[in-house]
Design a protein around this ligand. Structure first.
Ligand SMILES: [Ca+2]
Ligand SMILES: [Ca+2]
Ligand SMILES: [Ca+2]
Length: 157
């Protein structure tokens, strides 16, 4: 049987018809997966480069998370509590940010003065991969793709 958790509208996703989040019972959820709406997310235990994080998602039939709504941004910023890879990069063309599923970047939650591609400092190098949560808040930052961070996989139904 399903377990229903009612949550306040301010904190979690709601639709006009349904103000409850539906979580799958533990036994049908792979370890570490949480239900949010109809999408499953996994926050990695390990830290690694953006590319290795993405490979790990793909091995599980998922991909790095694509943030499609304000609700998803809000949910994920509570789900991850430090800088964490998301499925957004400008590897192909500097300054042109692309989601891993090819969705153009329309909804943006960049932190102040980001993305800065490392600000031209040799210390940081090029910054072509995006994180949710900057060191300061829940907004996004760009970092060098070889930085070692946790990542969030999103598995669509
Ligand atoms: Ca999504
Ligand atoms: Ca860049
Ligand atoms: Ca940056």
């Amino acid at each position: 049987t399903f377990t229903y958790f009612c949550t306040s509208q301010q904190v979690f996703w709601s639709t006009p018809h349904q103000h409850c989040l539906i979580f799958l019972p533990e036994k049908t959820c792979p370890a570490g997966w949480k239900m949010f709406s109809c999408t499953r997310y996994l926050l990695s235990q390990a830290s690694d480069s953006w590319t290795n994080g993405r490979e790990d998602c793909k091995r599980q039939g998922a991909d790095l998370v694509v943030i499609n709504s304000a609700e998803e941004q809000m949910f994920l910023s509570t789900f991850a509590n430090k800088p964490t890879w998301i499925g957004l990069n400008d590897i192909q063309t500097e300054g042109t940010w692309m989601w891993v599923d090819g969705t153009p970047l329309t909804l943006r939650y960049w932190d102040k003065n980001q993305p800065d591609n490392g600000g031209g400092s040799a210390r940081w190098g090029d910054e072509d991969c995006a994180t949710i949560r900057s060191p300061h808040n829940t907004l996004w930052n760009d970092l060098s793709c070889t930085s070692s961070l946790q990542w969030i996989c999103e598995k669509l139904p």
